[in-house]
Design a protein around this ligand. Structure first.
Ligand SMILES: [Zn+2]
Length: 518
């Protein structure tokens, strides 16, 4: 390992091409080099055998007199990587460079020496967050299914849905813990570096969704507007026509629709039906549309998606759990389709997006011959995910003017930064910031977090962490003042109460943990 320390010049992570090619880094390298081609040649230093600092030096925070935050570390934008700084003023990134010296607010900013890898916050493009207190212990497939109409008939799954609906106050339930359910799902994301989730939470647009990680598909997303529409059931003509009208008027920028989930003809037929369900045929074959699942799709459908610049949301873990197979992502990628990665939920999918990255890595290695590089997989939870939800101008990368949603991974995991993220575990997440506010991280980073109303300590797989769950301005109605202890207490009690009703033979306590170790 050699480390560039004296000049702080921009460098590109670089070894010899032959060693880079050991694991499909040729593509990543090509993109890195393309991405930095616009830099002055003198800014580029290619060093032989570079690895990020490993093991990581101890991180720390030096308080400044101003309100800005200046993060130092290996910045992974994530299309290029360099050792440098990210300046955060308010909720926005105002500088991402080798040095931000001289930028407004830099000299009074609190300095956060991360000694880690600074990624954009991760985006989970499909996660039924209200179900995330449950996991595979509450329901697992008892057979291999061929489409999504089959498994909801399983009695134990039905009992699980009843339990979720009780907790969420649906169908006359006396309970009303939807805020806690959504926040618990957001917290599971936050502890794995996720700063935005498409949660499908219902009822929509509750104020309490506007805390912690972004419930990005609803108006309390702290982005000023919500242009994302989702359909988890196949749309009627009325609703599909409404979506096309919203495309025309500009009120919907992204339409995420569950289509072709499964592996049989029934699932496949949904794709053609999506083209004819509307009064004007084909208006949903549009760049705003992201096909969620698409595991039944083949060459003709991907060709059509490519032709219309549609996106695909890939849920490999859940699809393999349910159907024994997943979407043909190598084929989709070969046709230039934008692919984002999601968790689906922690019942049949992954408990968080880091686990989903590892699942995708292992699946590609085992079934497709490692056609997807770690660089590719990282784009699927950052830049490509942001594109699928039409927020690439705002989220998903580290660039001036973007929201300061950041995810710092400790550099204790060695190797190229993209691989370090794909291999990272929850304990490796050193700092997570949403809209410029540090909400979670190692205790060594806590001095950068808001001191009011205060944060809580928690142990994550042997690492001391802090998490700032309560917000100022909390009321009984908006629940924004709740702590992590409050939320887990409410959910634990509610599930215990539900079990005590003895409505079914199955019990659903305890709530699934926030993280799995290691
Ligand atoms: Zn799904």
């Amino acid at each position: 390992m050699r480390r560039l320390s004296e000049s702080r010049s921009r460098y590109v992570l670089f070894t010899t091409v032959s060693t880079l090619c050991w694991r499909m880094y040729c593509l990543a390298l090509a993109l890195v080099m393309t991405g930095t081609a616009a830099q002055a040649a003198s800014d580029l230093i290619f060093i032989d055998g570079f690895e990020p600092p490993c093991p990581g030096a101890p991180p720390g925070v030096t308080a400044g007199s101003g309100s800005g935050l200046l993060l130092r570390g290996t910045v992974v934008t994530p299309t290029v990587a360099f050792f440098g700084e990210v300046l955060v003023i308010g909720d926005t990134i105002t500088c991402a460079a080798v040095s931000c010296a001289g930028q407004t607010g830099a000299n009074t900013a609190t300095i956060v020496e991360t000694h880690g890898l600074i990624f954009p916050g991760l985006i989970d493009t499909h996660n039924y967050a209200l179900f995330d207190v449950f996991d595979e212990n509450d329901w697992s497939p008892t057979q291999v299914y061929t489409n999504h109409n089959q498994w909801p008939n399983d009695p134990r799954y039905g009992a699980l849905v009843d339990a979720k609906q009780y907790l969420n106050g649906e169908y006359g339930s006396p309970d009303d813990d939807g805020c806690e359910l959504d926040k618990y799902g957001e917290l599971k994301g936050l502890l794995s570096g996720v700063t935005s989730l498409v949660t499908h939470a219902n009822p929509s647009n509750k104020i309490c969704y506007g805390s912690l990680a972004r419930t990005v598909d609803q108006s309390p997303n702290d982005l000023g507007a919500d242009y994302i529409q989702t359909a988890t059931l196949f749309p009627t003509t009325l609703s599909a026509d409404g979506v096309c009208a919203n495309f025309s008027s500009g009120t919907t920028h992204a339409y995420l629709v569950n289509v072709a989930e499964g592996v049989d003809q029934t699932a496949l037929n949904e794709f053609a039906k999506l083209g004819t369900i509307t009064t004007t045929d084909g208006c949903l074959y549009a760049p705003q549309t992201a096909i969620v699942h698409g595991s039944a799709l083949g060459d003709p459908e991907f060709s059509l998606m490519s032709q219309h610049n549609m996106s695909l949301v890939w849920l490999p873990h859940s699809e393999v759990s349910l159907y024994g197979a997943t979407a043909n992502v190598p084929l989709a990628v070969s046709k230039g389709i934008n692919v984002a990665l999601g968790t689906d939920w922690s019942i049949t999918g992954s408990h968080n997006l880091l686990e989903e990255l590892r699942f995708a890595r292992a699946y590609d290695d085992a079934h497709w011959g490692s056609v997807l590089s770690d660089f590719d997989l990282v784009q699927m939870v950052t830049t490509s995910a942001a594109h699928a939800i039409a927020l690439d101008a705002t989220l998903g990368s580290i660039a001036v003017g973007k929201k300061a949603d950041l995810n710092v991974i400790s550099a204790n995991t060695c190797g190229a930064p993209w691989s370090a993220l794909v291999r990272a575990r929850a304990r490796d997440v050193r700092l997570v910031m949403v809209g410029g506010v540090p909400l979670y991280g190692d205790t060594s980073m806590q001095a950068a977090a808001p001191s009011v109303p205060g944060c809580e300590a928690l142990d994550v797989c042997g690492v001391s962490k802090f998490v700032c769950v309560a917000e100022s301005g909390g009321t009984v109605a908006n629940k924004l003042g709740q702590t992590l202890a409050d939320i887990t207490g409410v959910l634990t009690q509610a599930l215990t109460d539900y079990d005590a009703l003895n409505l079914t033979q199955w019990k659903f306590s305890p709530i699934t943990p926030l993280v799995d170790c290691p």
